[in-house]
Design a protein around this ligand. Structure first.
Ligand code: PLP
Length: 420
């Protein structure tokens, strides 16, 4: 039996333990320290590199998670109770949940079919409508680089400038992806990165916020460390959070930064291999860079199944309640009440997922759009059908550092033998 092929497993460079050992040897086993500073410098060098024009000078703050980074960016944009924030609906919940932590409401915006990310025209329309309906301008705009694919940041910035709204780029999945040669997360007011276990690089758990300058970085640091004032005792004038990155986690991050370029190159290589092996296979379409302005890291490789394709066993799909949550969620499972919901992938997508699972390949549906999540039943949404259609027809395939050429050939053969 083959070893199981996972979507995206963490892969160590071998240097991580050296940095962790250094943290222990120097007794920096706390949420700050030399590894945190050095990891932030590594990240700054990485995100500031441009393929054109003059270099950037963005600052980076290491945090305990990407979710924390979204939360603090929203806070710094002044989001508070009663406010609205425009969020891409086609995303993981960490893009929108922090809006609710602040007592504000996400307003969901659908995607355009090329990048699968926030549709700038629909965003414009939605903002105009919110201003008419509520008399208030939304406080922030959150586009998301789904599976690493860049959003149309130039057009989103144009719309944002028209209304004076800051943009928070959720590049949690898009570390190292570029649009017009510029690293994602460096164009908007803030850029979110994630180093969770399954992301492009890992610190076990962790995240970072890319800030415009040193002053913005200081403000984020203040809120990430319980908003302490400079007194010999604890004086609090604002509510803060315990969101700083641990010096141990940052040690892992420093090791990972030595292989980040290799990781990205490998993800791109795997994507190209899927594309060439699936060339000429009717009904299975890989998600690709829509033009040469886009340069995705292909964190996960996504495919869509055409309407008239069939998959063996599709008539039996969804016949039983699934017992484990997607992604394992750190072993936390919450038993499903029903085998089906009113918005789910087509039967053939589920049948293909099961066939791949039985062949020891982890595959998973695309993100379920937030405007179709029961928890967001009552929030406003501006939709065009794109994300829901992709959710019904799409599937994510393994792409991580451990996926070999032979694995990709095996996965493609498994897919070919499952369809008719
Ligand atoms: C992973 C992810 C996040 C949050 O990152 P964590 O580090 O897991 O908190 C935010 N947005 C998107 C789109 C993500 O995929």
């Amino acid at each position: 039996m083959r070893n199981r092929i996972y979507l995206c497993l963490a892969h160590m460079s071998g240097k991580e333990m050296d940095y962790i050992k250094e943290a222990f040897d120097t007794n920096w086993v706390v949420p700050m320290g030399p590894n945190v500073n050095a990891f932030e410098e590594d990240l700054e060098k990485f995100v500031n590199s441009r393929l054109c024009d003059t270099p950037l000078d963005k600052k980076v703050v290491g945090l305990s998670s990407g979710t924390a980074a979204v939360h603090l960016a929203l806070l710094a944009c002044g989001v508070g109770p009663g406010d609205e924030v425009m969020v891409q609906t086609f995303t993981f919940c960490a893009s929108s949940h922090p809006v609710t932590y602040l007592g504000a409401t996400p307003v969901f915006v659908d995607s355009e079919p090329d990048s699968w990310n926030m549709d700038p025209d629909l965003l414009d329309e939605a903002i105009r409508d919110r201003i008419v309906r509520t008399g208030k301008t939304p406080k922030a705009i959150v586009p998301v680089a789904l599976y690493g694919m860049p959003y149309q940041i130039d057009r989103i910035m144009e719309v944002a400038a028209r209304y004076g709204i800051p943009v928070i780029e959720d590049a949690a999945e898009g570390l190292g992806s570029r649009y017009d040669g510029r690293v994602l997360g460096t164009t908007g007011e803030y850029g979110v990165l994630s180093f969770n276990g399954n992301k492009m690089i890992t610190t076990s758990g962790g995240g970072a916020l890319i800030c415009q300058d040193e002053a913005a970085k200081k403000e984020i640091l203040y809120y990430a460390t319980q908003a302490r004032e400079s007194y010999p005792y604890y004086q609090h004038e604002h509510i803060g959070y315990n969101y700083r990155m641990s010096n141990i986690c940052a040690g892992i991050g420093r090791g990972q930064m030595t292989v980040i370029d290799d990781h990205i190159a490998h993800h791109r290589h795997v994507q190209e291999l899927y594309c060439s092996l699936l060339e000429g296979v009717d009904g299975v379409t890989m998600h690709r860079n829509p033009s040469d302005r886009y340069d995705s890291n292909f964190w996960l490789c996504a495919a869509t199944l055409d309407k008239d394709l069939h998959v063996r066993g599709e008539e039996k799909a969804y016949s039983a309640v699934i017992s484990g949550a997607v992604g394992g969620a750190a072993g936390v499972t919450h038993t499903a009440r029903t085998a089906v919901t009113d918005c789910q992938p087509d039967n053939k997508v589920e049948a293909l997922r099961v066939i791949l699972d039985e062949a020891n390949v982890e595959a998973r549906p695309l993100w379920k759009p937030m405007h179709r999540q029961p928890v967001y039943r009552n929030v406003p949404a501006y939709v065009n059908g794109v994300s829901e259609d992709l959710f019904r027809r799409g599937i994510c395939l393994p792409a991580g550092p451990y996926v070999s050429d032979d694995d990709v050939r095996y996965i493609v053969e498994t897919i070919k033998s499952a369809i008719y």
